[in-house]
Write a protein that binds this ligand. Structure first.
Ligand code: MN
Length: 494
């Protein structure tokens, strides 16, 4: 638990030393509520825009809990992992150890444990006929130009048709019929499963789990090779096998403690329009033809909670950032052991701008680190490398390093025409509006070596430091009131 976070919450009690093996969304929400971090909205709110507007205003401050969303008696929660410090707290580590802990879990997964259906909280209520998602669940419409309600916090779980190993990802899902949804599949593991099933003329069975704890949410975003079940990383983060239950209409296994599970099948050779939808770069994705899920069942707790993530807000951005940072740090350290820490900045939508803290020994090394980072993930557009005396998590420190240790004519690296994020709108300039996928996302990369010389004359690059600045005991020194000051003024008044 880090003291900065404790201080920002006044009456905080250090009761959360380690994550519980049975940590559920409810445990976590109860913990947040005890520490003043849940805002309960007990008035009726509209599912269209109003709910997301309120949650957006609270993002990073308090989780929003809506008891009467859109006339439903199923509450909606949003923003329960919208600060780095909260996520570290859920993991039971200091903020500085967050990436190392996540990497350890990804390296040492813990197999899940199947439990009987009778014990699975997520299947206390089962609907298999007459399903109308709009009646069953309070599904919000978030941004101004979104094409209707979206499920934004659903863990999409499917089995590799070739190996049977599960995959977990979060995909945006547009609910456009009572039992029909369009899903965005980016070219990763779920996409590969769907392609394999489709080539064989088969539907792909899936489950969408909504309302899980922060550790399971985070594990779903691990960047792992195919056929590594992300639920096993969730088990490692929990410190115990994750209890899972088999779905009622297919063989997918879901976290048994999930609040809600939508079961279904991605239909082969069916595409329906999806979008526009406001995405993580804070711009809209266009309407395109997407894969379709036909819903076969909805199961839930007897009193379920629906989780929605407000797109492009901190809960969304951090969920992507932390697993990426853990992966990027490991990638950089393999070639450059002097790399100490990395940070995907909020201003760079936790995807595009990477800040690297590096213990430079020789000239030129920082540029090698920059090139290594460009190769690590196509989303990385700008890299700043700083020395170990610069706080890589503080934007003002990064700017200071650039202001005082960087010269554009010798410390700037620009690579033109590389692959970047297709969701970065600046990559579309000069492109036809209907550019085919293989032409999308072409982007320049920019690297800034903001490290000081490896060797420099005395004091030129020595940061100003006042002996005692970190250790003076202000509580012992500063008077409780200004009586001495007032007495001084009255004595010296003329
Ligand atoms: Mn995967």
């Amino acid at each position: 638990m880090n003291t900065r976070d404790a201080a920002s919450h006044g009456t905080f009690h250090l009761t959360w030393a380690r994550p519980s093996a049975a940590l559920t969304l409810r445990d976590w929400l109860a913990h947040l509520a005890r520490t003043g971090r849940v805002a309960t909205i007990d008035k009726p709110v509209a599912l269209e825009h109003e709910l997301a507007a309120i949650a957006k205003r609270l993002d990073g401050t308090q989780a929003a809990f809506f008891t009467k969303p859109g006339g439903h008696d199923v509450p909606v929660v949003s923003g329960f992992m919208s600060r780095r410090a909260w996520i570290a707290e859920a993991m039971g580590v200091a903020e500085a150890d967050l990436l190392a802990r996540f990497r350890d879990a990804a390296d040492q997964p813990v197999p899940s444990k199947e439990i009987p259906r009778a014990e699975a909280a997520c299947q206390q209520v089962v609907h298999t006929s007459g399903i109308d998602l709009h009646k069953l669940l309070p599904i919000p419409t978030h941004s101004e130009h979104d094409n209707g309600p979206y499920i934004t916090a659903g863990l999409v779980i499917a089995r590799n048709p070739r190996t049977g190993v599960q995959n977990v990802s979060i995909n945006r899902i547009q609910v456009h019929g009572p039992d029909r949804m369009a899903i965005l599949l980016l070219p990763r593991h779920l996409y590969a499963f769907q392609k394999a099933a489709e080539e064989a003329g088969d539907a792909l069975d899936v489950a969408v789990a909504i309302g899980v704890d922060p550790l399971t949410m985070l594990a779903s975003q691990a960047i792992t090779p195919i056929d590594h079940d992300e639920l096993e990383i969730a088990g490692a983060l929990h410190g115990a096998p994750l209890p899972v239950a088999k779905c009622v209409t297919n063989d997918v296994h879901v976290p048994a403690f999930a609040e809600i599970v939508i079961e279904g099948r991605i239909l082969p050779n069916v595409r329906e329009p999806e979008g526009p939808f406001g995405e993580f770069p804070k711009y809209y994705s266009a309407k395109e033809a997407r894969e379709v899920i036909e819903v076969t069942a909805v199961t839930h707790r007897s009193d379920p909670i629906f989780h929605t993530i407000v797109p492009a807000e901190m809960e969304h951005l951090l969920l992507g950032a932390i697993p990426r940072e853990a992966t990027l740090l490991a990638h950089l350290q393999r070639s450059h052991p002097g790399v100490k820490d990395v940070h995907l900045s909020a201003g760079g939508v936790c995807r595009y701008h990477l800040w690297v803290q590096f213990d430079k020994k020789r000239e030129g090394e920082a540029k090698n680190v920059i090139l290594c980072a460009f190769g690590a993930h196509y989303d990385i557009k700008q890299v700043v490398v700083v020395d170990t005396d610069v706080d890589v998590h503080d934007p003002a420190e990064i700017e200071w390093a650039i202001a005082t240790r960087f010269q554009a004519d010798r410390d700037l690296v620009v690579i033109a025409g590389a692959q970047g994020s297709p969701l970065d709108p600046s990559t579309t300039v000069g492109q036809p509006e209907d550019a085919p996928p293989h032409l999308q996302g072409v982007s320049a990369k920019m690297g800034l070596d903001a490290t000081r010389p490896a060797v420099y004359p005395a004091h030129v690059f020595t940061r100003v430091y006042i002996p005692g600045q970190d250790t003076v005991d202000l509580d012992a020194l500063v008077a409780a009131d200004n009586r001495a000051f007032d007495a001084y003024l009255s004595r010296h008044h003329d």
